[in-house]
Design a protein around this ligand. Structure first.
Ligand SMILES: NC(=O)c1ccc[n+]([C@@H]2O[C@H](COP(=O)([O-])OP(=O)(O)OC[C@H]3O[C@@H](n4cnc5c(N)ncnc54)[C@H](OP(=O)(O)O)[C@@H]3O)[C@@H](O)[C@H]2O)c1
Length: 401
C-alpha cells in the first residue's frame, strides 16, 4: 500500500516537474518561446484579459502543447514503472490521469467554454491578492511575479520545487533593497551581493559616513541614508519606496548586566528592529506591494543556541518571538536570518567569514527560504525549525483570528 502511494505521488510530482521544466525551457529557447509568448500577451497587471481572441489562442499555442508534453512524459513514467511488474504498477498512471484534467481544461478555455476560465485557471483570476506568495505551492501572488516582476524567474506552476532548485523563487533584479547596520561587517557584504544580484541598494547607517562597497578592487558608492535608533518614523517616506528592507543592525554587550547595557540591548536589537518592522509593514498597501515587498530580519542562532552573551541572547530571542508573532498575519513575506558565528566588529572571534555568510543569505532568499539558516552548528538546522514550528502554532492558537 505504501509503495502504491509513493508511486502515485511520484508520478504526479514527475508531471509537475515536466511542466515546470517545459516552462523554463520556453524562456531559454526562442523557438519554444514563440508558442509560450502567447501566454505572456494575454494579461494586464490587474490580470484582466487583453482580448478574448488572444486568451483563446494562448491556450491552443501554450497550455495545450504543455499538457501534451506532460502527458507524454507521464505515460513514459507509467511504462517505466510497469517494467518492474510490481503489484501496484497501475498507480503509475496517476500522473497521466492528473494531466488529462489540465488538458481538458486547456481545450475548454481554448474553445471558449463558458466558466472554464473561472474553474480551471485559478492563478490568473483578476481581483485583490488575499495572501502572500506561496512557499511550497504556487498561488496567484506567486505566479503574478512571473508575468510582471521578472519573466526569467518564478517558472513553477503548482509546486515551487524547481524554482527553489534553480534559485528562481525570488528575483532580486531591479528590486530596491535597503540594509540597516550598513557600515558593519555583514552589512557591507550583504550590500555587495545584493548589488551583484542586480538590486538597487540603499545603505541605512547610524554613522555619518557615506557607504562604499568594494568588488574586485572597484569601489562602488552606495546611496546612503542616516538614521538613529528611536527616530525610525523619519524613514517612512524612504521605506515607502523600498521593496525589501533588511534589518541587520545589532550590538553585543557581552557579559555586561548594567541597567544601561540592558536598556541599550533591547532598544537597539529588539525595539528599534520591531519599530522598523511595523513601519515597513504599514507601507504594504497594493497588490504589487504584497508580492514585491519583503522584510528580512537578522535575529541570530542565539534564538535557539547559546551565544555566550546572556543579554544579547535575551534581546535577540525577544525579537525572534516578535517576528514569529507578526508573521502570523503579515501582509508581505518576512524572512528570518538565523546566523552562526562569523568574524565581525561585533564578534572578532567568529568562525565563518561575513562575505561567505552574505552570499549564502542571498542564495537562500533566491530559493525563497523563509528562515535562512547559515551556521556551522548542525544543531541549529534541527532545533530552529522545531522551535519555530511549536512557537508559531502556540501563538496562532492563542491569538485572535
Ligand atoms: N557576528 C556574528 O557572529 C553574528 C552572528 C549572528 C548574528 N549576527 C548579527 O548580524 C548583524 C550584523 O552584525 P555584524 O556581526 O556585522 O556586526 P558589526 O560589524 O558590528 O555591525 C553591526 C552594525 O550595527 C549597527 N549598529 C550598531 N550599534 C547601533 C546603534 N546604536 N544604532 C543603530 N545601528 C547600530 C552599526 O552599523 P551602522 O553604523 O551602519 O548603523 C554596526 O556597524 C547584527 O544584528 C548581529 O547581531 C552577528
Amino acid at each position: 500500500m505504501l509503495i502504491a502511494a509513493v508511486i502515485l505521488l511520484l508520478s504526479i510530482f514527475w508531471v509537475e516537474l515536466v511542466r515546470d521544466f517545459y516552462h523554463w525551457l520556453a524562456h531559454q529557447w526562442p523557438t519554444l518561446y514563440r508558442l509560450h509568448g502567447w501566454h505572456h500577451r494575454v494579461f494586464r497587471p490587474d490580470l484582466s484579459v487583453v482580448s478574448d481572441t488572444i486568451y483563446k489562442e494562448a491556450h491552443w499555442y501554450n497550455d495545450v502543447p504543455e499538457a501534451l508534453v506532460m502527458l507524454t512524459f507521464g505515460l513514459l513514467f507509467w511504462f517505466t514503472i510497469a517494467q518492474f511488474n510490481l503489484a501496484y504498477s497501475w498507480t503509475g498512471s496517476a500522473g497521466s490521469i492528473y494531466t488529462l484534467t489540465f488538458l481538458v481544461g486547456a481545450i475548454a478555455r481554448g474553445a471558449g467554454v463558458p466558466k472554464a476560465d473561472e474553474l480551471t485557471d485559478i492563478t490568473h483570476r483578476p481581483g485583490d491578492f488575499t495572501s502572500i506568495p506561496g512557499d511550497l505551492f504556487v498561488n496567484k501572488p506567486y505566479h503574478w511575479r512571473h508575468h510582471f516582476d521578472n519573466q526569467n524567474a518564478y517558472f513553477c506552476g503548482t509546486l515551487t520545487f524547481l524554482d527553489k532548485v534553480l534559485g528562481t523563487a525570488l528575483s532580486l533584479k531591479g528590486k530596491k533593497i535597503a540594509v540597516t547596520g550598513a557600515s558593519g561587517t555583514l552589512g557591507l557584504a550583504l550590500l555587495k551581493y545584493l548589488h551583484l544580484s542586480g538590486a538597487k541598494i540603499t545603505a541605512l547607517t547610524s554613522s555619518n559616513q557615506e557607504i562604499t562597497i568594494t568588488n574586485k578592487e572597484e569601489n562602488i558608492p552606495v546611496k546612503t541614508i542616516s538614521w538613529q535608533v528611536g527616530k525610525e518614523q523619519e524613514l517612512l517616506t524612504e521605506l515607502e519606496k523600498i521593496d525589501i528592507l533588511i534589518i541587520n543592525h545589532g550590538i553585543n554587550f557581552h557579559g555586561q548586566t548594567s541597567q544601561e547595557a540592558i536598556e541599550k540591548s533591547y532598544q537597539i536589537n529588539t525595539f528599534s528592529s520591531y519599530r522598523l518592522m511595523e513601519l515597513f509593514l504599514s507601507t504594504v498597501k497594493t497588490n504589487q506591494d504584497i508580492v514585491r515587498k519583503e522584510l528580512w530580519i537578522n535575529t541570530s542562532e542565539a534564538e535557539v543556541n547559546p551565544a555566550f552573551s546572556p543579554l544579547y541572547e535575551l534581546s535577540k530571542r525577544t525579537l525572534g518571538d516578535l517576528i514569529t508573532l507578526k508573521r502570523l498575519k503579515a501582509p508581505c513575506v518576512i524572512r528570518k536570518l538565523i546566523l552562526g558565528p562569523f568574524k565581525s566588529n561585533l564578534n572578532p572571534i567568529g568562525i565563518m567569514s561575513a562575505d561567505w555568510v552574505a552570499k549564502q543569505i542571498v542564495q537562500g532568499a533566491k530559493r525563497d527560504f523563509r528562515n535562512i539558516i547559515v551556521t556551522i552548528n548542525p544543531l541549529t538546522y534541527l532545533a530552529f525549525p522545531v522551535k519555530e514550528f511549536f512557537v508559531s502554532n502556540y501563538f496562532k492558537f492563542f491569538t485572535n483570528k
